[in-house]
Design a protein around this ligand. Structure first.
Ligand code: SF4
Length: 683
């Protein structure tokens, strides 16, 4: 990259009359595309892919093509504001940055003096953020001020816990090696909606003769092209995976040599799997037993065999055990050691980045699970949360139990700061809003977690309005609170240098020089050849005792479906091709639709295009209905990441989701929402 631009250069409109500027996409997507952004007179005109990233090969999703509509759209926050209306109305009076930050500092100091630092709750998620905008000066601020800590568990916590326990988050198979596989199992993942670059690699594998299995309650595009599609009932993936284990063990397909050499406690897993013969698991999951047996046979017989473990299977009460059972399959079947064989999961840990730039160790303050935001705001007393500082996320739209979250945000005695790019559903409830830059207006690192790729994104335009970067704002808050040491950076460019210097090995130097860095195991690692488990003795513990103790029913156990006679339908909320979690949700046009199978619509007297209410004891959502056979009977679907404006009554699917936690990892149980659907009388 050469030397970073100076602040003076940054204040000059970038790009000249018309130019194409290279950057990287840091949004919450496995692919981390390289981008070519056309800028005209300092404004983004088009966003396209560039071929700098050899995996994404110059094409990008439609979501990011329209990112300019977020940058310049009517919802963009352009200057700080203080609330003048009722909470939720979204009426703010403009404030200078200096006054806004002073107000925030004053309220933080008062809260700490009156009730202790733990009465302040920083609330963020980092999916769409890189090393500059997450766990950087923000972490220094919260740690040194002694606030409550946040367990960021809304996504990837159960799969992450399983991957860590089994393999220490070993690097996994990357897209480039998918075509080597003779069998690909896509489990709980729909790359046609998110991570689109995986699709051509899967298609290429099929062209070369690979079999494809898709395990998903919906008939997705790839499911329709698969050799076997198991439309499992949500929450039953653990039983399906254990049945495959049982098949392997019982029929002599377990790789005893591999198990002896590389694993611990295979006998305990074998015991638990024995509780799940194919027929029993198939009945529970609502799939054909012969189809499930065919998957087990294919898996036993194929090499290289690849399981791509997604995040759909984790979002229920059994999600951690499901991830454990799925991810341990290649160890039992001995599928490692060949290119294209093993498992594919998040590769974000491949770079061994330990963030030395966070200026303080994590204190032992109160830990709040982010899925419990509603109940914490309403019920916590020791101490109560008096200051909530939200950034990098939109909990009013994205976390479970929406109605209680909104109730909590309405508390008159709660001081809420929202540091955001646009006026989100959460920002409407803020006492102070602070405008944030987008990735097109600042530096950030885009770290792919499908392919193994790390890139440095750079600003292609100046900050819009008075928006400021996370680094600048958290640096200034640290300074105002007297928390920054003299030699520590407090603005974006100084911090960029610090981060580049703090990256392991030659990664920082490579990025500075415009070279593509490579992690220790390489960018196309073969598992158990180039990379090994980051665990004691590099072995796989197939039965971690800690999970046996902490999971409600123990390890590799199934907790029953929460459906009742009143609420028999499972509501799922998979990723869509329109938003990235809730990012870009402000741009959704038209009304959202609930997807329902004809076999569920008919007995309810419902038809395509009807207006419906989806309801349970927690709330109800009003929207239109799509009746299609592309979802299994007994399951209905609303897209993930909806904003409240997308439905008729301003309530989204998260209102129907319990704030219960997954068996392992404390994750959100989005797919445990059980509901009924009825016609909505038109007024
Ligand atoms: S969201 Fe994913 S597919 Fe879209 S541009 Fe970013 S990295 Fe590429």
């Amino acid at each position: 990259m050469g030397t970073p631009a100076s602040p003076r250069e940054r204040n000059t409109p970038l790009g000249g009359p018309a130019s194409v500027v290279d950057t990287g996409c840091p949004l919450d997507c496995p692919d981390a595309c390289s981008l070519a952004v056309t800028v005209h007179h300092g404004k983004v005109v088009t966003i396209d892919g560039s071929d700098r990233n050899p995996t994404t090969k110059g094409f990008i999703c439609a979501k990011v093509r329209k990112f300019g509509d977020r940058v310049y759209g009517p919802d963009r926050l352009l200057h700080p504001g203080v609330r003048i209306g009722r909470k939720g109305e979204g009426r703010f009076e403009r404030l200078p940055w200096d006054e806004a930050l002073e107000l925030v500092v004053d309220r933080m100091q008062r809260a700490k003096a009156e009730s202790g630092g733990e009465s302040i709750l920083p609330y963020s998620y980092g999916g769409s953020n890189g090393l500059m905008t997450q766990d950087n000066l923000d972490a220094t601020l919260w740690r040194r001020f002694g606030t409550s800590r946040l367990a960021r568990t809304v996504c990837a916590a159960p799969t992450g816990a399983a991957n860590m326990a089994l393999y220490g988050k070993m690097s996994s198979v990357t897209y480039d090696d998918y075509p080597e596989a003779r069998l690909i199992i896509l489990w709980g993942v729909n790359p046609s909606a998110s991570g689109i670059h995986m699709v051509p690699y899967v298609r290429e594998a099929q062209k070369r003769g690979a079999k494809l299995v898709v395990i998903d309650p919906r008939s997705t595009q790839l499911a329709r092209a698969a050799d076997v599609h198991l439309a499992v009932r949500p929450g039953t993936d653990v039983a399906v995976a254990l049945a495959i284990h049982h098949f392997l063990f019982a029929n002599g397909f377990a790789d005893e040599a591999f198990l002896n050499a590389h694993t611990h406690h295979a006998d305990r897993l074998r015991e638990r799997a024995a509780e799940w013969p194919i027929a029993k698991a198939a009945e529970l999951a609502g799939v054909d037993a012969p189809a499930l047996e065919r998957v087990a046979e294919l898996y036993a017989a194929s090499s290289p065999a690849l399981i791509r473990c997604g995040w759909g299977l984790e979002r229920n009460r059994n999600g951690g055990n499901a991830a454990m059972a799925v991810l341990s399959l290649p160890a039992v079947a001995g599928k490692f050691g060949v290119r294209g064989g093993g498992y594919a999961m998040s590769n974000s840990a491949s770079w061994n980045i330990v963030r030395p730039w966070i200026g303080a160790p994590e204190p032992a303050t109160r830990l709040v699970n982010m899925n419990h935001l509603g109940r914490v705001l309403l019920e916590e007393r020791t101490p109560p949360v008096n200051v909530l500082f939200v950034y990098n996320c939109n909990p009013a739209a994205t976390v479970p139990d929406q109605n209680r979250v909104i109730q909590g945000l309405q508390r008159e005695d709660l001081f809420t700061v929202v540091f955001e790019q646009v006026m989100t559903d959460t920002a409407l409830y803020a006492d102070v809003v602070l405008p944030a830059t987008t990735f097109l207006e600042g530096y950030d690192f885009s770290k792919a977690y499908g392919p193994i790729n790390l890139d440095l994104g750079r600003p292609v335009i100046d900050a819009v309005g008075e928006s400021r970067s996370n680094a600048d704002v958290f640096g200034e808050l640290c300074s105002r609170l007297g928390l920054l040491h003299e030699d520590e950076p407090s603005d974006e460019l100084d911090l960029l240098v610090r981060v580049l210097d703090g990256l392991p090995g030659t990664i920082g130097a490579d990025l500075r020089n415009g070279a593509r860095p490579s992690p220790p195991g390489g960018t196309r690692p073969i598992q158990f050849v180039d990379v090994f488990p980051n665990t004691p003795e590099r072995k796989v513990d197939l039965f971690p005792e800690a999970f046996e103790t902490s999971a409600p029913l123990g390890l590799f156990r199934y907790q029953p479906d929460p459906a009742t006679d009143r609420y028999p339908l499972a509501l799922i909320s998979p990723a869509s091709d329109q938003t990235i979690s809730s990012t870009l949700g402000e741009l959704l046009r038209g009304e959202v639709r609930l997807l329902m199978h004809p076999a569920d619509a008919e007995p309810r007297g419902l038809a395509d295009n009807d207006l419906v209410r989806i309801f349970n004891d927690q709330g109800e959502v009003h929207c239109s209905l799509s009746v299609l056979p592309t979802i299994r009977p007994g399951t209905v679907s609303l897209p993930k990441g909806l904003w409240r404006r997308s439905t008729r009554n301003g309530v989204t699917g998260t209102a129907l989701v319990p704030d219960t936690l997954t068996d392992i990892g404390g994750g959100a149980c989005f797919n445990d929402a059980r509901v009924e659907v009825a016609s909505l009388p038109v007024a």
